[in-house]
Design a binder for this molecule. Structure first.
Ligand code: HEC
Length: 178
């Protein structure tokens, strides 16, 4: 049907701007957001670790979690299947066939925590506890040779991890100039 602007019946019944009933109808849209609702969404972690929750996890625990909840998609060693490779690739970024993984590419370990907590497992995002995310992050970092076998990560130690490609990114303030 063409929108010709000739719908007199509709226009006649539409409330005027400033009409109290219109105001009430607009105010009734949506529901107030409680502090606990906001808290469940407000889970971002900054590169410097701000926003990391309490808790901790070690490499050995992470190995068990990875085998149970991640390996089906990312491979038993994090080498990648239908999910991205998470391990390896260090030293390849400037080669003809760069391999971008958490270990070779990501500049901050804190982003690993944020991403896994927010988005993984792909089929059940946000189902892991903070301790489990710390543990599986520790395992991925350990497999990449970034933290030792006996590492236990928490908010402080995760934020202190220096990733191999930490300085591999340059500012790109487009449309400004470098
Ligand atoms: C059902 C399959 C599946 C499972 C299970 C799964 N993932 Fe993933 N994962 C994916 C897919 C697909 C992507 C790519 C998502 C995208 O690019 O949007 C991904 C991406 C990732 C990335 C980002 C990789 C990169 O370099 O961009 C990380 C890290 C990761 N997964 C970790 C995990 C961890 C840890 C677990 C277990 C707790 C897990 N995943 C379980 C499928 C899965």
């Amino acid at each position: 049907m063409a929108c010709s602007g000739s719908a007199p019946g509709l226009q006649a019944s539409a409330p005027r701007n400033g009409d109290a009933r219109l105001r009430a109808a607009i105010d009734a849209i949506g529901t107030p957001v409680s502090a606990s609702d906001v808290a469940t969404w407000n889970i971002d972690v900054a590169p410097d670790g701000r926003g990391l929750p309490a808790g901790s996890g070690d490499v050995a625990t992470g190995a068990r979690i990875f085998a149970a909840k991640c390996a089906a998609c990312h491979g038993a060693k994090g080498e990648g299947l239908i999910g991205d490779p998470l391990v390896g690739g260090q030293g390849t970024l400037t080669s003809a066939s760069p391999k971008r993984t958490v270990g070779s590419y990501w500049p901050y370990a804190t982003t690993l925590f944020d991403y896994v907590r927010r988005a993984m497992p792909y089929n059940a995002p946000q189902s892991l506890s903070a301790d489990e995310v710390y543990a599986v992050s520790a395992w991925i970092l350990n497999r990449n040779g970034i933290v030792p076998d006996d590492a236990r990560l928490d908010a402080q130690s995760l934020a202190a991890v220096r990733m191999p490609n930490r300085d591999g990114f340059v500012p790109d303030p487009r449309p400004g100039r470098l």
